[in-house]
Design a protein around this ligand. Structure first.
Ligand SMILES: Cc1cc2nc3c(=O)[nH]c(=O)nc-3n(C[C@H](O)[C@H](O)[C@H](O)COP(=O)(O)OP(=O)(O)OC[C@H]3O[C@@H](n4cnc5c(N)ncnc54)[C@H](O)[C@@H]3O)c2cc1C
Length: 450
């Protein structure tokens, strides 16, 4: 069978180091598209010339942008969402749907930062706010509280998870450390030397959630524009002129909600602070339910402790395993990532040997130098931003977007994460060679359990 291939678009170039990987077996209906879109209703793209004058222009139609637009529209503002592809089809509509409190840095590190308690509480508010929003808006997106398990891929990481469990207890979050025997009750694999269950976490269907949020924002009065790329942002009096591929838009406020796809030419200061890298997923063909439950007996969301982490879960209908990971910091094709992920899946779960891959896809996440998300107003350009979720943005992006929308409408505050110092990442030229070296460095650390 001919295998379609595609290089996931990356705003920055890197070096692809090609070590041969055996091809994954492919299902007869294999497609290199997100599993989440299989059952989404096809709708016509929203193509129209944007209004010439608005209160607020939101750049990026993911969860951050849609949530900001929802709150602005609810407050009576004239708001447009300008999306260069299709609203809801960036990372927001193609992620793993694993939702948990916290940020990329672990709870012990977060709690030890100045104001760490308030930051943690904000992430819990983001998580709970998402659950409440799904209920309030009636979005049918398979939201369910199932808990998640972090799995130690090395003895050293098990010892670390024990200290993280203590940090959860200290901050009042229900979580339990599992030793090497207990962890077998949570995952059908002998690869892990310990684990940590965080009970509050949940799962959802990201395709349905992003599409549902877009529909609700639109009903509230936000105007969504697909295939409308923002090419430049210029200061004009007290506001801005946003130059788009469909003409200029004058806006009092501009919100950059572009996360891992941020184009540094629009606001160079932001471009120097986020690094877009690919994260990839595969979905198996439909499996016998007993095989799915052998992988995650309690239906939890699963992550391992590698720097190049793997994350996996049952599909909402419990018929497939969805398995994801970051296979490299450098650009990589979907085919290549699929083959690597399939190999990793079978190495962790030998009971899945021979299982075929039915879908494979990738998307861009935004890494930051301090592994923290950032939100606020950039003094130089006057642009408001919310981004840098480091691959854990389902709850945070929705929350930051809503906070930004309410803050601009004068009905709420920015999150506790606002106003923190934001260090820059290496420049594009430095990054090109650096990413491959960094990739090998982190892989070596994974082998050593560091
Ligand atoms: C494969 C994968 C798995 C993930 N799994 C999880 C998970 O399980 N749990 C979790 O919490 N997080 C996960 N994430 C991360 C999460 O999806 C993101 O943090 C979150 O969706 C970010 O939302 P956003 O709205 O800020 O950005 P996005 O959804 O990326 O939206 C940004 C939008 O901006 C648009 N854009 C960029 N430039 C322009 C321009 N010049 N003009 C107009 N539009 C522009 C892009 O086209 C894009 O649609 C995952 C991400 C990926 C890729």
């Amino acid at each position: 069978m001919a295998r379609p291939s595609g290089l996931w678009r990356s705003p920055r170039q890197g070096i692809l180091v090609a070590v041969p990987v055996p091809s994954a077996p492919l299902a007869d209906d294999y497609a290199p598209t997100p599993y989440w879109w299989d059952e989404l209703e096809q709708r016509r793209p929203r193509i129209a010339t944007p209004a010439r004058q608005v209160d607020a222009a939101v750049i990026g139609g993911g969860l951050t942008g849609l949530a900001a637009a929802l709150e602005l529209a609810r407050s009576g503002c004239h708001v447009v969402v300008l999306e260069r592809d299709i609203v809801g089809q960036g990372a927001s509509g193609r992620n793993g749907g694993m939702v948990h409190p916290g940020v990329k840095v672990d709870v012990a590190a977060l709690a030890s930062m100045p104001g760490g308690r308030a930051l943690w509480d904000e992430t819990v508010a983001a998580f709970e706010g998402l659950g409440a929003l799904v209920g309030e808006l009636g979005i049918d997106c398979a939201w369910h509280r199932c808990g998640h398990v972090e799995l130690a891929h090395h003895g050293r990481r098990a010892a670390h998870l024990r200290s993280v469990a203590d940090a959860y207890t200290a901050i009042g979050e229900p979580a339990d450390f599992l030793n090497a025997t207990e962890v077998r009750d949570e995952v059908g694999s002998s690869c892990f030397s310990g684990g940590l269950v965080v009970h509050r976490s949940a799962g959802l269907h990201p395709g349905r959630f992003a599409a549902g949020l877009a529909a609700v924002a639109e009903s509230a009065g936000a105007v969504l524009h697909d295939y409308t790329e923002v090419l430049a942002i210029e200061r004009a009096g007290a506001g801005h002129v946003v130059r788009t591929s469909r003409g200029p838009v004058r806006a009092r406020e501009v919100v950059m909600a572009t996360n891992g796809t941020t184009d540094g030419r629009l606001v160079p200061w932001l471009g120097r602070r986020v690094l877009g890298v690919g994260s990839f997923m595969v979905a198996t063909e439909p499996l016998d339910p007993s095989i799915v439950s052998s992988v995650s007996p309690n239906g939890r969301m699963l992550f391992d402790t590698r720097n190049f982490l793997h994350y996996w879960r049952p599909s909402p209908d419990a018929r497939r395993i969805l398995f994801g990971g970051r296979t490299s910091f450098a650009p990589v094709t979907v085919d290549r990532a699929r083959d690597e992920l399939h190999r990793a899946l079978v190495a962790i779960h030998p009971q899945l040997a021979g299982v075929r891959v039915a879908r494979a896809w990738g998307g861009q996440v935004a890494l930051t130098a301090d592994r923290m998300p950032h939100v606020g107003r950039h003094a130089g350009s006057g642009v408001v931003y919310a981004m840098g979720y480091c691959g854990t943005g389902v709850a945070l992006s929705t929350h930051f977007g809503r906070c930004v929308g309410r803050w601009l409408a004068g009905t709420g505050d920015l999150p506790a994460f606002a106003g923190r110092r934001w260090p820059s990442v290496p420049s594009a030229a430095q990054v090109a060679g650096f990413l491959s070296i960094a990739g090998w460095w982190f892989r070596a650390r994974d082998v050593l359990g560091r």
